[in-house]
Design a protein around this ligand. Structure first.
Ligand SMILES: [Fe+2]
Length: 266
């Protein structure tokens, strides 16, 4: 496998990500989650979740799991990635319905309404982002709307390493978290929702592209990844391979909102 076999908490905090080999506990979970995820891909109720000319099923909340991650006949979700996330947060949160992110040959095509510049960024910069820093309005301005505790991905099917691997910028979480801490310093609770972070976010992203190593994390079936919530990450284009890549993501928001998010270990 291409990922570290047994990443330590210290390595996770240094790199901003940790990948884990397939474990029996996770493979058993995937055996139940995978058919449920596949069903969501063809469920007319979820058809609006396709984007980028149907080369990406965004799939927010598309997996019918419960608050401990049970789906179908599975047990609660667990394993090494969950254990590390629990140590990182000091808690294991209730889980939302997982995102089922599925990508197909030809990704990316322009997203509906996407400008040439934004599509170029998707194509050349892997649509890199920090989860929960959302764009609003025209022209788009960015605000912290979903302070996630972590991002935990589980590979639901086999896929070619060249088929839209997850990409992370090593160490970017430290730079991002420092920048957001500075941006929110002295901002009152009442003003937090209105803090426009567009300029700082764009300039720090650029700094990360220039100073952090871009690492591809092409998870194989049953492998898991834990991303630090401030890690700059994205999805590479579909360069080769057949079928599709399907990944389930748990991204619970941190209890305590933005202040707790800023205070997470970095
Ligand atoms: Fe993301």
């Amino acid at each position: 496998m291409s990922v570290t076999e047994h990443p330590t908490d210290a390595e996770f905090l240094r790199r901003g990500y940790a990948c884990f080999p397939a474990e029996p506990q996770v493979l058993d979970w995937v055996a139940e989650a995978q058919p449920a995820a596949e069903a969501s891909l063809s469920d007319p109720a979820f058809d609006a979740l396709y984007a980028c000319g149907r080369t990406w099923f965004v799939g927010l909340d598309a997996l019918p799991n419960d608050a401990v991650g049970r789906v179908g006949a599975s047990a609660a979700f667990g394993g090494q990635a969950a254990d590390m996330a629990r140590r990182f947060l000091g808690d294991w949160p209730d889980l939302h319905r997982a995102q089922v992110s599925a990508t197909f040959p030809g990704y990316p095509q322009p997203r509906e309404g996407e400008s040439d510049a934004a599509f170029g960024y998707r194509l050349r910069r892997d649509a890199a982002h920090v989860d929960g820093v959302l764009g609003e309005g025209t022209p788009k301005r960015r605000y912290v709307r979903e302070p996630h505790g972590f991002v935990l991905g589980i590979a639901l099917n086999p896929a070619d390493p060249d088929a839209t691997p997850l990409v992370a910028w090593e160490g970017s979480h430290k730079i991002m978290q420092d920048a957001f801490r500075a941006a929110f310093a002295g901002v009152s609770a009442a003003e937090r929702d209105d803090l426009d972070v567009t300029d700082i976010y764009v300039s720090v992203r650029k700094h990360c592209f220039e100073n952090c190593t871009r690492v591809e994390l092409p998870l194989a079936l049953g492998e898991t990844v834990l991303l630090h919530p401030f890690t700059l990450h994205g999805v590479a284009p579909w360069r080769a391979g057949e079928g599709h890549r399907s990944v389930a993501y748990f991204r619970p928001e941190v209890a305590g909102g933005v202040p707790a998010w800023l205070g997470l270990p970095g």
